[in-house]
Design a protein around this ligand. Structure first.
Ligand code: PSU
Ligand code: MN
Length: 312
């Protein structure tokens, strides 16, 4: 083991992922808090499988990232995926949780922040998810800002998402990303999308209309030594978008309940996501699944174009 690569002793790349990385083929990282804490069983495991298939169908190798028995897994077996989606006691693992889950040989679903960290260690530059964390409503007093945002500022991985849910303060989330120097790209639209809906009311400065243009931005950023990630916001396909009034009402109620119950820290996001799903009677779950698949397809296309450029 060479000095500076001590992390390799904790990392298990699945053979197909190892092979793809060695050959310079496109790989797309996928997160696992969405599996352990973001969706109910069995739709979570089914969705995770469909996401992997979608990445393959678009010419890249999927690498779902999670922690099993303290090992940083880059690419899961079907048994590991099933375990992560169905077992009790899987730890929601963000940056600050990682050393405890590893040292304690525990099982963890990795958030966007932790997935970026492990993807970077493994040498993967493109990552697909549903929604990223952000600045919560009321953050001016609660100071509840997801560690995902500082990770985007620090770690060289592009994250394809469907924007952020309005459980967050979308305007403040965009301000924070601007402060931290994180490029935000809206794919094919001029507004930052709001996860369940294509519009949020917030314009972005950079709209790009092809995976190739996005890959060119990634290459330029990292060639210039500009550390950190890029947030690619891909709006939900119109046929799966939700009614804005319905989703806004559910979110408003969930946010008020969370405040009344005094929910804090890492429980806030899972609580809000679960309540929104219950209040919308499962409509939101179907939208959630469809937008994740849409993001997986775009991420694969970006990864294909990106490795092509790197080889050129
Ligand atoms: N937002 C979603 N779905 C999710 C999450 C956020 O719409 O599954 C998960 C992601 O794993 C994200 C994490 O990284 O919640 C953010 O949690 P926190 O706000 O505690 O940083
Ligand atoms: Mn938080």
């Amino acid at each position: 083991m060479s000095y500076g690569k001590q992390f390799e002793q904790y990392l298990d790349r699945a053979p197909v992922v190892q092979e793809a990385l060695a050959q310079g083929l496109p790989v797309v990282a996928l997160e696992s808090t969405i599996i352990s804490h973001g969706m109910p069983y069995p739709q979570n495991v089914e969705t995770a499988r469909l996401v992997e298939e979608t990445v393959r169908r678009h010419g890249a190798v999927p690498a779902t990232i999670a922690i099993i028995g303290g090992r940083l897994k880059v690419g899961l077996t079907p048994e590991e995926l099933e375990h992560l989606g169905s077992a009790a006691g899987i730890i929601k693992t963000s940056r600050r949780d990682l050393p405890f889950v590893v040292a304690g040989r525990k099982d963890g679903g990795t958030t966007v922040a932790a997935t970026m960290i492990v993807a970077d260690l493994a040498g993967i530059r493109v990552f697909a998810t549903g929604g990223v964390g952000g600045v919560h409503r009321g953050a001016t007093t609660s100071m509840d800002v997801s560690a995902d945002l500082d990770e985007l500022a620090a770690t060289d991985v592009a994250v394809v998402c469907a924007g952020v849910k309005s459980i967050l303060d979308i305007g403040l989330t965009l301000e924070y990303l601007e402060t931290k120097g994180v490029p935000v790209i809206a794919y094919g639209v001029s507004e930052f999308p709001a996860f369940y809906t294509r519009e949020s009311g917030f314009k972005v400065d950079y709209r790009l209309d092809s995976p190739e243009e996005i890959a060119a931005v990634l290459k330029a950023k990292w060639d210039l030594g500009l550390k950190g990630g890029v947030l690619v916001a891909n709006p939900i396909p119109a046929e799966f978008a939700m009614d804005k009034a319905e989703i806004d009402a559910a979110i408003e109620q969930a946010v008020q309940e969370a405040a009344a119950l005094g929910i804090k820290g890492k429980e806030v996001s899972p609580y809000l996501l679960g309540r929104v799903k219950d209040l919308t009677g499962g409509d939101s779950l179907e939208s959630n699944i469809q937008l994740v698949l849409n993001n997986a397809a775009l991420a694969a296309k970006i990864a294909v174009s990106f490795v092509g450029r790197r080889a050129a």
